[in-house]
Design a protein around this ligand. Structure first.
Ligand code: HEM
Ligand SMILES: Nc1nc2c(c(=O)[nH]1)N[C@H]1C(S)=C(S)[C@@H](COP(=O)(O)O)O[C@H]1N2
Ligand SMILES: [Mo]
Length: 324
């Protein structure tokens, strides 16, 4: 394969990986599963291309030696290898949690995402500096088409071999959800992992002074005390919480269905979405049509919520990714 074709194929697959990685995490619902399939096929395709790229890299260093340009490309390559390697290890053997100074405990998957996102701007710069105009034979020839198809087929086969091997060897990679997450602490109430991101603090709120406010396009604004909220509580919901940090947990939550509050407040004609805002200011928007799925929970597995879980009240949004 020509160096130009290999470089172009790597660049194309990396763009595909970035798009399918971000897309998969944003969609996060069963219907968006194909994005993760693309991500896996593309990842294994890249692993194949590495064999050819290796030769190109060695020849390039022999020719140019160490210059600021080659040092920069070396940095891009290291990040690329860490990104690809962490992805493949995550999907097979799993990776231990890592303690990062100032940032707390990171899962291997969070590391994968962070390194991959850091790679994106460097990759763009690297590609611009080393740009070789693709020739017709690289893009539109029969050979190019066959090679591209062959590459995707190889990526697909390697992915399937990986999943089958992981299952046969009982690697923990076989226990991933379609999002890549593994189960932790299901039905153990407050004991499941806590994820606070964007440095959102844990507040120790006193239920006595706490209020729940419902306002916006409603006939009656509500300001409810904790006691008044408890009086409305009648919902129990089993929900799967799937954090983009690579773990999921199933718990039974109880509290007030959001629709019960909306009915009390009497939502006006024309309202289309619902914003839930926490005491820290963290907020998420939902279409009003999905309000029926949402619960404001006061308990998890019958235990009152701990402060880390959002005591006295937290949103449970089954079917959405954890950051909702
Ligand atoms: C430089 C770009 C990237 C490369 C080369 C890459 C590569 C990989 C590879 C090889 C895997 C293992 C897939 C498997 O064999 O099952 C993986 C998994 C994963 N990647 Fe990436 N990735 C990239 C960027 C991203 C980004 C930007 C995100 C999210 C924002 C992301 C999210 C994920 C997730 C959630 C998994 C777990 C899926 C699973 O366990 O199968 N990746 N990645
Ligand atoms: N206010 C607030 N809510 C939040 C977060 C946060 O940082 N602040 N993290 C979200 C994320 S990323 C996840 S996965 C879940 C985790 O819930 P848990 O900490 O109860 O497991 O809470 C979500 N809700
Ligand atoms: Mo999360």
């Amino acid at each position: 394969m020509s160096a130009r074709f290999v470089n172009l194929a790597i660049l194309t697959l990396l763009v595909l990986e970035l798009a399918s990685g971000v897309g998969g995490v944003l969609v996060g619902q069963q219907g968006g599963q194909w994005m993760f399939w693309l991500h896996r096929i593309g990842g294994w395709g890249l692993a194949c291309l590495l064999c050819w790229k290796w030769g190109i890299v060695v020849r390039s260093y022999r020719r140019h030696g160490l210059t600021p340009g080659t040092v920069f490309s070396a940095l891009v390559k290291v990040l690329f290898l860490v990104s690809l390697g962490s992805g493949l290890l995550w999907a097979t053997t799993g990776l231990p949690r890592l303690s990062v100074p100032l940032l707390g405990s990171w899962t291997g998957l969070s590391l994968h995402v962070a390194v991959s996102l850091a790679l994106a701007p460097l990759l763009a710069l690297h590609a611009a500096m080393r740009w070789q105009r693709p020739r017709r034979v690289d893009l539109a020839s029969r050979r190019a088409a066959l090679r591209s198809l062959g590459l995707l087929a190889a990526g697909f086969v390697l992915w399937r071999v990986q999943e089958t091997t992981a299952a046969a060897a009982r690697l923990c990679g076989a226990e991933r959800r379609f999002t890549g997450s593994r189960e932790e602490g299901s039905f153990q109430g407050n004991a499941h992992p806590v994820t606070n991101w964007l440095s959102d603090p844990v507040l120790r709120l006193d239920p006595a002074g706490w209020r729940l406010r419902v306002s916006g396009l409603v006939e009656r604004e509500l300001v409810l005390s904790y006691g008044e909220v408890l009086a409305l509580a009648d919902g129990l919901r089993q929900a799967l919480l799937d954090c983009t940090g690579g773990w999921y947990t199933v718990q039974r939550w109880s509290g007030v269905p959001v629709v019960a509050l909306l009915e009390r407040a009497d939502v006006r004609e024309g309202a289309r979405s619902l914003i839930v805002r926490s005491a820290t200011g963290y907020s998420r928007r939902f279409p009003l049509s999905r309000a029926g799925e949402l619960l404001l929970a006061t308990r998890v597995e019958r235990e009152p919520l701990s402060s880390e879980r959002g005591s006295p009240l937290r949103l449970v949004a089954p079917g959405y990714r954890g950051y909702h």
